[in-house]
Design a protein around this ligand. Structure first.
Ligand code: SF4
Ligand code: MG
Length: 457
């Protein structure tokens, strides 16, 4: 998911709309904006893309100088209107709106406890647990109540919260998901927060800094102040750099573009191959393929063309759409591929279904050899922290060796980047340490299924 927030601007809703537009790649199922004006919250939330949700007169319904926005794709709870964020609530101390990127690992357990206690939930979203805990807290101030609530939840959460007079930005103690603070260039009194810096570029804001793991940043008319929740080992999601984030974003002080170039270069060193062309699987494989071409000195060509009117095939939750998706999205260029030994570079291999179709497509277009190179390690374990990887049984690398997978894909060869190579590629100057659980199975935080209930996925 993608989150955005803005404090103290007369066009708060409009700028949030632009911010969400830049974050659209992080979630395409639904979008929402909530504004706060004199103690009242105003909301527009619908299923669909940002450009389709905020049409005719939507901004007239969103007055106020504080706003929070969200683009969603499902990791917990169904793809349903009632789960659209930002969530809002009225409780005895006032109103609050909350947008969440991430996934709580003990939400189901907490929900059972709260329901047992008589709580009524209005969504299936794990995020609602935070609101329920907030409403029940006996602490005196909003920030104390929020700390209290967050003291009970575990997992990944980058949150943007809006009250009558405040904007808050929160990152979980591991800092799994990104969240950055910025400031409008022409209105330095106006602060913004977003999942990725690409949202700042669009609205002409400058990055101030990343929200720290375990930090609650409070923005109101008296300025900025920080409360430290607690701090755990920093575990920034390495998959953000591999695939999820936009390559023009800077995450935790590392440019995604540079990280992907480095992944491609490292891959070329680890798994060289004699070939005539390097061809990326657009868009997600493009930057790593450039890195591969640079390091291997093999010419780079766009042998596959992407139709940009189709969304991310993977993020569509339905299998039927996904299977149909590849042809809708990609078409080979025979003039480039005919008679050539081709290295195809993609960012990740998850189920293998897409890649198999791509390999066949490239061969059918006349390539004499097809070598697949993946700029991340085999995905062997599901993510519990907010990326919608499939269940373990669907992950082809969880039960097959690279050779077996190459045979299934009908590729002449297949190689992945090693976990060590990946870490080398993302080790910038920032000293960030990463979560790589989907590649290694080493989970920084255990998922806690409640007794008797199915695992939340
Ligand atoms: Fe990111 Fe993978 Fe960790 Fe999930 S398991 S947070 S996708 S690195
Ligand atoms: Mg892709």
């Amino acid at each position: 998911c993608g989150v955005f927030g803005i404090f103290n601007h007369s066009e708060a809703a409009n700028l949030t709309y632009l911010g969400l537009h830049a974050l659209q790649h992080r979630g395409q199922e639904s979008a929402g904006i909530v504004t706060s004006q004199e103690g009242t919250l105003h909301a527009v939330r619908k299923m669909g893309h940002v450009a389709d949700v905020f049409v005719n007169g939507a901004f007239a319904q969103l007055p106020g100088r504080i706003a929070v926005g969200h683009v969603r794709y499902t990791t917990a709870g169904g793809s349903l209107p009632k789960n659209i964020q930002p969530l809002t609530a009225e409780y005895r101390h006032g109103s609050v709106a909350l947008a969440h990127n991430g996934n709580l690992v003990n939400a189901e357990q907490l929900r059972e406890e709260l329901e047992h206690d008589g709580a009524i939930f209005s969504s299936q979203s794990d995020t609602e647990v935070i609101l329920q805990l907030l409403a029940r807290s006996r602490e005196a101030t909003f920030v104390e109540r929020l700390c209290d609530a967050l003291g009970r939840v575990q997992g990944a959460y980058s949150l943007v919260v809006v009250t009558e007079d405040k904007l808050l930005a929160v990152r979980d103690p591991h800092g799994f998901r990104p969240l950055v603070l910025g400031r409008l260039r022409n209105h330095p009194e106006c602060y913004v927060v977003a999942s990725e810096t690409c949202a700042f570029d669009l609205i002409e804001a400058d990055k101030v800094r990343d929200i720290a793991p375990g930090e609650i940043l409070v923005i109101d008319h008296s300025g900025l102040r920080s409360v430290q929740l607690r701090r755990d080992n920093r575990r920034f999601c390495v998959f953000e750099h591999v695939y999820f984030a936009r390559p023009d974003s800077v995450l935790d002080d590392l440019a995604v573009y540079e990280a992907r170039i480095a992944m491609g270069e490292q891959l070329a060193r680890e798994a060289p191959v004699e070939a005539d062309l390097v061809v990326p699987v657009p868009d997600s494989g493009v930057v790593a393929a450039l890195g591969f071409a640079k390091a291997s000195k093999i010419p780079f060509e766009m042998g596959l063309i992407r139709n940009h009117y189709v969304g991310r095939t993977f993020i569509e939750p339905k299998d039927s759409i996904r299977h149909f998706g590849v042809k809708l999205k990609l078409n080979p260029v025979p003039q480039v591929l005919r008679g050539k030994r081709v290295v195809v570079v993609d960012d990740s291999l998850v189920r293998g279904t897409t890649s198999r179709k791509i390999v066949k497509m490239i061969r059918a277009a006349g390539a004499s050899e097809v070598h697949l190179r993946i700029s991340s390690p085999p995905v062997i374990s599901p993510c519990y922290y907010g990326i919608d990887t499939p269940t373990r049984s669907e992950l082809i690398a969880s039960s097959h060796t690279p050779d077996e997978i190459a045979r299934y894909l009908t590729a002449d060869s297949l190689a992945y980047l090693t976990p060590e190579g990946l870490m080398k590629a993302v080790r910038g100057d920032s000293g960030t340490t990463y979560c790589d659980a989907c590649f290694t199975g080493r989970y920084p935080l255990r998922f806690i299924p409640p007794p008797g209930r199915r695992q939340l996925r």
